[in-house]
Write a protein that binds this ligand. Structure first.
Ligand code: NAD
Length: 285
């Protein structure tokens, strides 16, 4: 083991994934006479959501995916939004539908996600896709967890028989990562806010995934020497800087590989969304 962990560069790896997507999208176009199609629904004017959607739109275009954004006013009714989802479900040239979350307060996120055709659910959030993950069958997987798995693979992390801990059990991130690690034969501990003695649980783990949303919750001295650390957390401090859920500087000398924040898991999420879109297109034809 060297003195300092290998940095898992999410920017560089996301570029590799996007190149793969581009090649597959070109092959799809050549074979089927159209580009894979990704349609995004954005309700309201939330500034962060607008930035995310613009980034997705740009990344899709660069990869040869036909993207379109459906911008709807903040006071859109549930009925109108569900009618839009139904219209996109029925359109043959649309392979992926993404409704940007969170929706304005008067709209229920889950009801809208449930209305998306599971075959077009490129966010992997529909209960059918969640169920397919649980039973270990092919389906569209959530993007951030898929990005984490790709990052582990990129540094040749052995998962079979290894102890992995996932800190955070959200439906969006923690839970699906736990299931994906289990599918790769890791022995998985799911930790959360009620976990007793988190430090000891982390210290016995060969793979640490932090998806909590608490700055530097996971201390460097908790990390088992040689462990691989994936930090999903994105936390903005008062001084404007971004930090993860792991004390990165303190973990660096102990881990064998680690993702930085920013520039780690973040850039992988959009790349995996585009990858899911091509997957969905290939499965649908
Ligand atoms: P969430 O709030 O839905 O879930 C947080 C989880 O952490 C919960 O299961 C909770 O039980 C657990 N938790 C809270 N306090 C804890 C504690 N003290 N000890 C142990 N567990 C604790 O959050 P989320 O949507 O899963 O996101 C987690 C973090 O990941 C956030 O910082 C978010 O910004 C970030 N995130 C990043 C990406 C990306 O693309 N990189 C994508 C999604 C989320």
């Amino acid at each position: 083991m060297s003195d300092q962990a290998q940095i898992i560069d999410g920017k560089a790896l996301s570029k590799v994934v996007r190149e793969e997507v581009k090649a597959r999208a070109e092959a799809f176009l050549a074979q089927h006479g159209r580009q894979p199609g990704l349609h995004v629904v954005l309700v309201g004017e939330d500034p962060a959501s607008q930035v995310y959607v613009r980034n997705k739109e740009r990344a899709a275009a660069q990869c040869g995916i036909a993207g379109e954004v459906h911008r709807m006013p903040a006071d859109t009714s549930m009925e109108t939004l569900l009618a839009k989802v139904a219209e996109l479900n029925a359109a043959p040239g649309i392979d992926g539908i993404l409704v940007q979350l969170p929706l304005p307060k008067h709209l229920d996120d889950q009801t809208v996600v449930d209305a998306i055709d599971p075959a077009k659910d490129v966010d992997g959030l529909h209960p059918v896709n969640a169920g397919l993950l649980v039973v270990g069958r092919p389906g569209l997987r959530p993007c951030t967890p898929s990005g984490c798995m790709r990052m582990l693979a990129s540094v040749g992390t052995e998962l079979k028989g290894k102890r992995a801990i996932v800190v955070g059990r959200s439906t969006l991130v923690g839970k699906p990562i736990g299931l994906m690690l289990l599918a790769e034969h890791a022995t998985v501990t799911m930790a959360h806010s009620r976990t007793v003695d988190l430090a000891a649980r982390v210290a016995e783990s060969d793979i640490v995934i932090a998806a909590v949303g608490v700055p530097k919750l996971v201390k460097g001295e908790w990390i088992k020497p040689g462990a691989v650390v994936i930090d999903v957390g994105i936390n903005r401090l008062e001084d404007g800087s971004l930090v993860g859920d792991v004390d990165y500087e303190a973990a660096l000398p102990r881990a064998s590989a680690i993702t930085p924040v920013p520039g780690g898991v973040g850039p992988m999420t959009i790349a995996m969304l585009l990858s899911n879109t091509v997957d969905a297109a290939e499965r649908r034809v």
